[in-house]
Unconditional design. Structure first.
Length: 573
């Protein structure tokens, strides 16, 4: 300290802490001259003493004017040192950095100014303090004082210039600092961060793309900022990175895919569109790298297919088709069970388009990986049966296609028929609303005779007689009126002369007995008139109630339809 006092006059030190800026400035010019002379004579020991004095007695003083003088003095000393300043930076910079967070806004302002002047002299040598400077600038970007903010912006621009021209900058050390701040909501801080990301990405020797997964989520956060300017800056940065990804041979798609999947469900429309657009590009570019993430990606795409925004729907559909066109082997980390789980979960979606695409995925998996899908049958079967009650006919028809595909195996066919009867039993409205559609479609897909024989076998032993009667009546009406069952009707008409027809008649007979009108119409269809007469005779013993009369009325109406034209022709005039 004594060395410093011996080279700096007391009047200069006094003026350095004066309340008037001009006096402090003139004192700083004196300090600059003194240090310049010391540097010329190579007396670095005295230079160190001067810096120590300025730091300890001035920048760390409780008096604001002392602190201001100390800052302008340290900047002046650096200017005096010029090319030899680097060796003293460890002494000069920390006190200035400390002052950047001073409680007095004027001190913070002078600290920005001092660091600016220091940086102009030492340029790249300042990089060793970069993380601390960045940390301080991040806070100053949101400073409550407009003058401090303005000074910080000037300093920020200079530091960016220094970094872009330096080969000493460490991106690896910087990224944790950036990641830590990416979720800050303050708009000034957000602008500051996007500015740095953009600048660093423009430097050819700095690989920002390699670290994109570390701050991608933060950029997506900014897409829903209330400030249009911040949204635009974030979007611009993201667009630039996406372009780089397209041109880059090696990108970590996996980590980024996880982020994009989350963002595709954002309540903000612009964020969803950007995320689904990125996913679309990833599916096209990523190929095998994305196989472990297919289920997650599908989970993001399916809801977007029904998005209220048409742009999102269009991109989601395109991505869905792209994903489905990729042929993957379960042996290569392609998880059939995970994709089935996603598809099954989306069958509960309130949107028809999403439910339809989920079913298309189950159908695709059945077609490509039947054995693997059947391993998970217990997990999805109940959901598929429940989907038969869907409000959409298209959904129900697709579900039936899947059921029919599964039921190609005898044990699964039996399981389907048993579950179907069970569902009709517990939900009579399903039988009323969807019964005809379900039965007719299954008859087309699985062979009508096989379906009717299967249902008849189960209903024959049905304990709930009321339900058995209703179910048989429904099956009988479908048998008599549906175009899909014309072959079955023709076979039954020949039951008296054809062994196959007779066998079918016998297989249906026991269950059709649950309904007098059903058994009577079956006999008439099979032209077993003698037996039909015996059935009519037995009806006299039946309890004639409203239900009976309703069924009788239906039978009479059926006898007048083209189905029974042959019967009317056979009746003697």
């Amino acid at each position: 300290m004594a060395d410093a006092l011996s080279v700096i006059p007391a009047s200069v030190l006094r003026n350095l802490s004066d309340k008037l800026y001009e006096k402090r400035k003139n004192a700083a010019l004196e300090v600059e001259g003194i240090v310049k002379q010391l540097a010329l004579s190579g007396d670095h020991e005295k230079i160190s003493a001067v810096i120590k004095l300025l730091a300890k007695e001035f920048t760390y003083s409780p008096q604001a004017n002392h602190r201001k003088g100390g800052l302008i003095g340290l900047a002046a000393a650096t200017v005096g040192l010029t090319s030899e300043a680097a060796q003293h930076l460890e002494q000069i910079v920390p006190p200035v950095l400390n002052s950047l967070s001073d409680q007095d806004s004027r001190v913070r302002y002078y600290a920005c100014e001092a660091l600016y002047n220091i940086a102009k002299v030492v340029r790249g040598d300042l990089i060793i303090f970069f993380n601390q400077i960045f940390d301080a600038l991040c806070k100053l970007s949101a400073d409550s004082d407009a003058n401090v903010q303005s000074a910080a912006h000037l300093l920020d621009r200079l530091v960016k210039d220094i970094v872009t021209e330096s080969d000493q900058f460490s991106i690896e050390e910087f990224i944790p600092l950036l990641r830590e701040r990416m979720n800050v909501l303050n708009p000034y801080v957000r602008q500051f961060l996007v500015g740095w990301i953009t600048v660093l990405d423009s430097v050819p020797d700095i690989d920002m793309l390699g670290f994109l997964p570390d701050f991608l989520d933060g950029l997506f956060n900014m897409l829903s900022d209330s400030s249009p300017e911040i949204r635009q800056q974030a979007d611009s940065a993201l667009s630039e990175f996406l372009q780089e990804i397209k041109n880059s041979p090696s990108v970590d798609y996996g980590r980024m895919a996880e982020i994009l999947v989350q963002r595709a469900a954002s309540p903000d429309e612009f964020t969803r569109l950007t995320a689904i657009t990125w996913i679309n590009e990833f599916v096209k570019l990523g190929g095998d790298q994305l196989v472990p993430y297919y289920a997650d990606i599908l989970g993001a795409i399916l809801p977007c297919i029904s998005d209220k925004e048409e742009k999102i729907r269009v991109v989601a559909r395109e991505t869905n088709e792209e994903l489905r066109s990729i042929k993957s082997d379960p042996a290569e980390t392609f998880d059939v069970g995970a994709i089935l789980y996603i598809a099954r979960r989306q069958l509960d979606s309130e949107w028809e388009a999403t439910r339809i695409e989920a079913l298309h995925w189950i159908s695709t998996l059945l077609d490509r990986h039947r054995a693997e899908v059947l391993c998970f049958l217990n997990d999805i079967f109940d959901t598929l049966l429940k989907a038969l009650s869907d409000s959409s006919d298209e959904v129900v028809l697709l579900v039936l296609d899947i059921h029919a595909c599964i039921a190609r195996d005898p044990q699964h066919f039996r399981q389907l028929i048993v579950f179907l009867v069970h569902n009709f039993r517990v939900d009579h409205s399903l039988l009323e609303r969807r019964g005809a559609l379900i039965i007719r479609r299954l008859c087309v897909l699985l062979d009508a005779e096989r379906v009717y024989r299967g249902l008849s076998t189960i209903l024959e032993g049905e304990a709930d007689l009321d339900f058995a009667c209703i179910m048989v009546q429904a099956l009988n009406l479908i048998l008599l009126t549906s175009s899909e069952l014309s072959v079955l009707r023709e076979l039954l008409k020949q039951s008296l002369v054809n062994a196959a027809g007779k066998d079918l008649f016998v297989s249906l007979y026991a269950s059709w007995c649950h309904s007098p009108m059903a058994i009577l119409s079956l006999c008439l269809l099979a032209q077993a008139y003698q037996h039909a007469s015996a059935v009519i005779q037995s009806l006299v013993e039946e309890d004639i109630n409203v239900k009976f009369l309703v069924q009788l009325d239906k039978l009479i109406r059926l006898l007048e339809t083209p189905i029974f034209a042959y019967l009317r022709l056979q009746v003697p005039k």
